[in-house]
Write a protein that binds this ligand. Structure first.
Ligand code: DHB
Ligand code: FE
Length: 277
Protein backbone atom coordinates (compact mmCIF):
# COMPACT_ATOMS: atom_id res chain seq x y z
CA UNK A 1 0.00 0.00 0.00
CA UNK A 2 1.09 3.60 -0.54
CA UNK A 3 3.00 5.30 2.26
CA UNK A 4 1.98 8.76 3.49
CA UNK A 5 5.27 10.36 4.57
CA UNK A 6 4.01 13.66 6.02
CA UNK A 7 2.75 17.09 5.08
CA UNK A 8 4.16 20.49 4.22
CA UNK A 9 2.01 23.58 4.77
CA UNK A 10 2.93 26.98 3.44
CA UNK A 11 1.57 30.44 2.60
CA UNK A 12 1.17 31.29 -1.10
CA UNK A 13 1.49 35.06 -1.66
CA UNK A 14 1.87 35.77 -5.43
CA UNK A 15 4.83 38.12 -4.79
CA UNK A 16 6.83 34.98 -3.82
CA UNK A 17 6.67 33.98 -7.50
CA UNK A 18 8.08 37.33 -8.57
CA UNK A 19 10.82 37.12 -5.92
CA UNK A 20 11.84 33.67 -7.20
CA UNK A 21 11.81 34.84 -10.83
CA UNK A 22 13.98 37.86 -9.91
CA UNK A 23 16.37 35.87 -7.67
CA UNK A 24 15.57 37.95 -4.56
CA UNK A 25 15.64 35.04 -2.08
CA UNK A 26 18.61 36.47 -0.13
CA UNK A 27 17.32 40.08 -0.03
CA UNK A 28 16.54 41.26 3.54
CA UNK A 29 12.80 41.48 2.82
CA UNK A 30 12.61 37.90 1.54
CA UNK A 31 15.37 36.01 3.35
CA UNK A 32 13.42 35.28 6.57
CA UNK A 33 10.72 33.62 4.49
CA UNK A 34 12.91 31.67 2.07
CA UNK A 35 15.20 30.51 4.91
CA UNK A 36 12.31 28.34 6.09
CA UNK A 37 12.69 25.98 3.13
CA UNK A 38 16.18 24.36 3.04
CA UNK A 39 15.49 22.11 6.09
CA UNK A 40 12.21 21.02 4.53
CA UNK A 41 13.84 20.33 1.18
CA UNK A 42 16.48 18.26 2.98
CA UNK A 43 13.70 16.18 4.56
CA UNK A 44 11.99 15.77 1.15
CA UNK A 45 15.32 14.56 -0.25
CA UNK A 46 15.26 11.85 2.43
CA UNK A 47 11.66 10.71 2.05
CA UNK A 48 11.60 11.14 -1.77
CA UNK A 49 7.85 11.41 -2.38
CA UNK A 50 6.60 10.08 -5.72
CA UNK A 51 3.35 12.02 -5.54
CA UNK A 52 2.23 15.29 -3.93
CA UNK A 53 -1.46 15.74 -3.12
CA UNK A 54 -1.81 19.53 -3.10
CA UNK A 55 -4.68 20.95 -1.00
CA UNK A 56 -5.23 24.57 -2.03
CA UNK A 57 -7.86 27.17 -2.82
CA UNK A 58 -8.34 28.46 -6.34
CA UNK A 59 -8.64 32.27 -6.61
CA UNK A 60 -10.72 32.58 -9.79
CA UNK A 61 -8.40 31.02 -12.37
CA UNK A 62 -10.15 27.67 -12.79
CA UNK A 63 -13.42 28.24 -10.89
CA UNK A 64 -15.19 31.57 -10.98
CA UNK A 65 -18.10 32.84 -8.90
CA UNK A 66 -20.70 31.46 -11.32
CA UNK A 67 -19.66 27.84 -10.65
CA UNK A 68 -17.94 27.17 -7.34
CA UNK A 69 -17.52 23.59 -6.10
CA UNK A 70 -16.98 23.25 -2.36
CA UNK A 71 -14.48 20.43 -2.94
CA UNK A 72 -12.94 19.61 -6.34
CA UNK A 73 -10.36 16.95 -7.14
CA UNK A 74 -8.17 16.86 -10.24
CA UNK A 75 -8.11 13.70 -12.34
CA UNK A 76 -6.02 14.90 -15.26
CA UNK A 77 -2.77 13.62 -16.78
CA UNK A 78 -1.38 17.13 -16.41
CA UNK A 79 -2.32 20.51 -14.93
CA UNK A 80 -1.61 23.73 -16.76
CA UNK A 81 -0.81 27.03 -15.10
CA UNK A 82 -1.98 30.31 -16.71
CA UNK A 83 -1.51 34.05 -16.26
CA UNK A 84 -3.56 35.34 -13.32
CA UNK A 85 -2.44 38.94 -13.78
CA UNK A 86 0.02 39.02 -10.85
CA UNK A 87 3.06 39.30 -13.13
CA UNK A 88 4.40 35.85 -12.19
CA UNK A 89 5.96 33.85 -15.05
CA UNK A 90 3.60 31.11 -16.21
CA UNK A 91 5.07 27.72 -15.32
CA UNK A 92 5.27 24.55 -17.42
CA UNK A 93 2.45 22.02 -16.82
CA UNK A 94 2.62 19.75 -13.77
CA UNK A 95 2.31 15.99 -14.23
CA UNK A 96 -0.81 14.36 -12.78
CA UNK A 97 -1.29 10.86 -11.32
CA UNK A 98 -4.76 9.89 -12.60
CA UNK A 99 -4.65 6.43 -11.03
CA UNK A 100 -4.34 7.96 -7.55
CA UNK A 101 -6.89 10.66 -8.45
CA UNK A 102 -9.56 8.09 -9.32
CA UNK A 103 -8.75 6.00 -6.26
CA UNK A 104 -9.19 9.11 -4.06
CA UNK A 105 -12.41 10.04 -5.84
CA UNK A 106 -13.83 6.53 -5.33
CA UNK A 107 -12.88 6.51 -1.63
CA UNK A 108 -13.99 10.05 -0.83
CA UNK A 109 -17.35 9.79 -2.59
CA UNK A 110 -17.86 6.45 -0.83
CA UNK A 111 -17.26 8.36 2.46
CA UNK A 112 -20.01 10.85 1.44
CA UNK A 113 -17.75 13.71 0.31
CA UNK A 114 -19.48 14.67 -2.93
CA UNK A 115 -16.51 15.99 -4.88
CA UNK A 116 -16.49 17.69 -8.25
CA UNK A 117 -14.15 15.64 -10.46
CA UNK A 118 -12.02 17.62 -12.91
CA UNK A 119 -10.40 15.98 -15.91
CA UNK A 120 -9.15 19.39 -16.93
CA UNK A 121 -8.01 21.90 -14.34
CA UNK A 122 -5.89 25.05 -14.46
CA UNK A 123 -3.78 25.51 -11.34
CA UNK A 124 -3.14 28.97 -9.88
CA UNK A 125 -0.44 30.48 -7.61
CA UNK A 126 -1.75 28.59 -4.57
CA UNK A 127 -0.76 25.34 -6.30
CA UNK A 128 2.34 26.44 -8.23
CA UNK A 129 4.16 28.41 -5.49
CA UNK A 130 4.52 25.55 -2.98
CA UNK A 131 5.71 23.30 -5.82
CA UNK A 132 8.31 25.87 -6.85
CA UNK A 133 9.40 26.49 -3.24
CA UNK A 134 9.78 22.81 -2.44
CA UNK A 135 11.21 21.65 -5.79
CA UNK A 136 12.94 24.78 -7.15
CA UNK A 137 14.86 22.92 -9.86
CA UNK A 138 11.75 21.49 -11.47
CA UNK A 139 12.25 17.91 -10.20
CA UNK A 140 8.73 17.92 -8.72
CA UNK A 141 6.83 14.66 -8.21
CA UNK A 142 3.52 13.89 -9.89
CA UNK A 143 0.58 15.80 -8.42
CA UNK A 144 -3.07 15.48 -7.47
CA UNK A 145 -4.80 18.83 -6.78
CA UNK A 146 -7.59 19.07 -4.21
CA UNK A 147 -9.35 22.40 -4.22
CA UNK A 148 -11.38 23.73 -1.26
CA UNK A 149 -13.59 26.78 -1.74
CA UNK A 150 -12.57 29.75 0.42
CA UNK A 151 -13.71 32.38 -2.08
CA UNK A 152 -17.50 32.20 -2.49
CA UNK A 153 -19.63 31.94 0.67
CA UNK A 154 -20.87 29.70 2.18
CA UNK A 155 -17.54 27.98 2.89
CA UNK A 156 -17.13 24.48 4.31
CA UNK A 157 -16.54 24.61 8.07
CA UNK A 158 -13.37 23.61 9.88
CA UNK A 159 -14.90 20.38 11.26
CA UNK A 160 -16.01 19.29 7.80
CA UNK A 161 -12.59 20.08 6.34
CA UNK A 162 -10.91 18.13 9.14
CA UNK A 163 -13.13 15.14 8.35
CA UNK A 164 -12.27 15.48 4.65
CA UNK A 165 -8.57 15.43 5.53
CA UNK A 166 -9.01 12.31 7.68
CA UNK A 167 -10.82 10.54 4.84
CA UNK A 168 -8.16 11.70 2.38
CA UNK A 169 -5.42 10.24 4.57
CA UNK A 170 -7.21 6.87 4.78
CA UNK A 171 -7.73 6.92 1.02
CA UNK A 172 -4.06 7.65 0.28
CA UNK A 173 -2.93 4.82 2.57
CA UNK A 174 -5.31 2.37 0.91
CA UNK A 175 -3.94 3.02 -2.61
CA UNK A 176 -2.56 -0.25 -3.96
CA UNK A 177 0.86 1.10 -4.89
CA UNK A 178 4.43 1.26 -3.55
CA UNK A 179 4.40 5.05 -3.94
CA UNK A 180 5.40 7.49 -1.21
CA UNK A 181 2.95 10.37 -0.95
CA UNK A 182 3.33 13.81 0.64
CA UNK A 183 0.39 16.13 1.28
CA UNK A 184 0.84 19.85 0.76
CA UNK A 185 -1.47 22.46 2.32
CA UNK A 186 -1.31 25.90 0.69
CA UNK A 187 -2.81 29.04 2.24
CA UNK A 188 -2.91 31.53 5.09
CA UNK A 189 -2.00 32.27 7.72
CA UNK A 190 -3.77 35.44 8.92
CA UNK A 191 -4.41 38.01 6.21
CA UNK A 192 -7.08 40.27 4.80
CA UNK A 193 -6.62 41.82 1.37
CA UNK A 194 -9.54 44.23 1.20
CA UNK A 195 -12.19 46.14 3.16
CA UNK A 196 -11.80 48.12 6.35
CA UNK A 197 -9.50 45.57 7.95
CA UNK A 198 -7.15 45.26 4.93
CA UNK A 199 -3.71 44.38 6.26
CA UNK A 200 -5.10 42.65 9.36
CA UNK A 201 -2.75 40.08 10.90
CA UNK A 202 -3.20 38.13 14.17
CA UNK A 203 0.18 36.85 15.31
CA UNK A 204 -1.13 35.38 18.60
CA UNK A 205 -3.73 33.30 16.81
CA UNK A 206 -1.26 32.16 14.14
CA UNK A 207 1.28 31.04 16.75
CA UNK A 208 -1.41 29.18 18.70
CA UNK A 209 -2.62 27.53 15.49
CA UNK A 210 0.92 26.47 14.51
CA UNK A 211 1.48 24.91 17.93
CA UNK A 212 -1.89 23.18 17.81
CA UNK A 213 -1.04 21.30 14.63
CA UNK A 214 1.62 19.41 16.57
CA UNK A 215 0.12 19.29 20.07
CA UNK A 216 -3.67 19.39 19.70
CA UNK A 217 -4.47 19.21 15.98
CA UNK A 218 -8.27 19.50 16.17
CA UNK A 219 -8.02 22.72 18.25
CA UNK A 220 -9.08 25.00 15.36
CA UNK A 221 -12.16 22.91 14.55
CA UNK A 222 -13.93 24.62 17.47
CA UNK A 223 -14.21 27.79 15.40
CA UNK A 224 -16.99 28.63 12.94
CA UNK A 225 -16.12 30.26 9.60
CA UNK A 226 -17.40 33.57 11.04
CA UNK A 227 -15.03 33.18 14.02
CA UNK A 228 -12.13 32.35 11.71
CA UNK A 229 -12.76 35.41 9.53
CA UNK A 230 -12.89 37.57 12.64
CA UNK A 231 -9.75 36.01 14.13
CA UNK A 232 -7.62 35.66 11.00
CA UNK A 233 -9.04 38.04 8.37
CA UNK A 234 -11.22 37.30 5.36
CA UNK A 235 -8.42 35.47 3.52
CA UNK A 236 -7.01 33.95 6.71
CA UNK A 237 -9.66 31.23 6.33
CA UNK A 238 -7.20 29.70 3.86
CA UNK A 239 -5.82 27.99 6.97
CA UNK A 240 -8.50 25.38 6.25
CA UNK A 241 -5.97 23.89 3.78
CA UNK A 242 -3.51 23.39 6.64
CA UNK A 243 -6.19 21.66 8.70
CA UNK A 244 -7.09 19.28 5.86
CA UNK A 245 -3.43 18.45 5.23
CA UNK A 246 -2.74 17.89 8.95
CA UNK A 247 -5.81 15.69 9.33
CA UNK A 248 -4.45 13.22 6.75
CA UNK A 249 -1.59 12.25 9.08
CA UNK A 250 -3.34 10.80 12.15
CA UNK A 251 -2.40 11.51 15.73
CA UNK A 252 1.34 11.09 15.97
CA UNK A 253 3.58 13.39 13.94
CA UNK A 254 7.14 14.65 14.20
CA UNK A 255 7.92 18.32 13.64
CA UNK A 256 10.42 18.59 10.78
CA UNK A 257 10.59 22.37 10.63
CA UNK A 258 8.50 25.48 11.16
CA UNK A 259 8.95 29.10 10.20
CA UNK A 260 6.82 32.22 10.81
CA UNK A 261 7.50 35.68 9.42
CA UNK A 262 5.39 38.86 9.29
CA UNK A 263 4.57 40.12 6.74
CA UNK A 264 5.08 39.18 3.15
CA UNK A 265 2.89 41.52 1.16
CA UNK A 266 -0.29 41.51 3.32
CA UNK A 267 0.15 38.05 4.76
CA UNK A 268 1.57 36.43 7.87
CA UNK A 269 3.79 33.92 6.09
CA UNK A 270 4.30 30.53 7.68
CA UNK A 271 5.72 27.17 6.75
CA UNK A 272 5.34 23.91 8.68
CA UNK A 273 6.52 20.42 7.77
CA UNK A 274 5.39 17.35 9.74
CA UNK A 275 6.61 13.79 9.27
CA UNK A 276 4.94 10.45 9.95
CA UNK A 277 7.81 8.18 11.02
C1 DHB B 1 -1.85 37.78 -1.10
C2 DHB B 1 -2.14 36.66 -0.32
C3 DHB B 1 -2.89 35.60 -0.86
O1 DHB B 1 -3.26 34.48 -0.15
C4 DHB B 1 -3.31 35.62 -2.17
O2 DHB B 1 -3.96 34.56 -2.66
C5 DHB B 1 -3.03 36.75 -2.95
C6 DHB B 1 -2.31 37.82 -2.41
C7 DHB B 1 -1.03 38.92 -0.55
O3 DHB B 1 -0.79 38.99 0.66
O4 DHB B 1 -0.59 39.76 -1.35
FE1 FE C 1 -4.64 33.16 -1.27
Amino acid sequence: MARLVGCVNTSHVPAIGKAIASGLQQEPYWKPFFDGFPPIRAWLDEVRPDVAVVVYNDHGLNFFLDKMPTFALGAAPQYRNADEGWGIPTLAPFAGEPELSWHLIDCLIDCEFDLTTCQEMLVDHAFTLPMKLLWPDGQAPATVPLCINTVQFPLPGARRVWALGEALGRAIRSWDSDARVVVIGSGGLSHQLDGQRAGFINKDFDQRFLRSLVEDPTWATRYSIRDLVELTGSQGVELLMWLAARATLGERVRLVHRNYHIPISNTAAATLALAVD
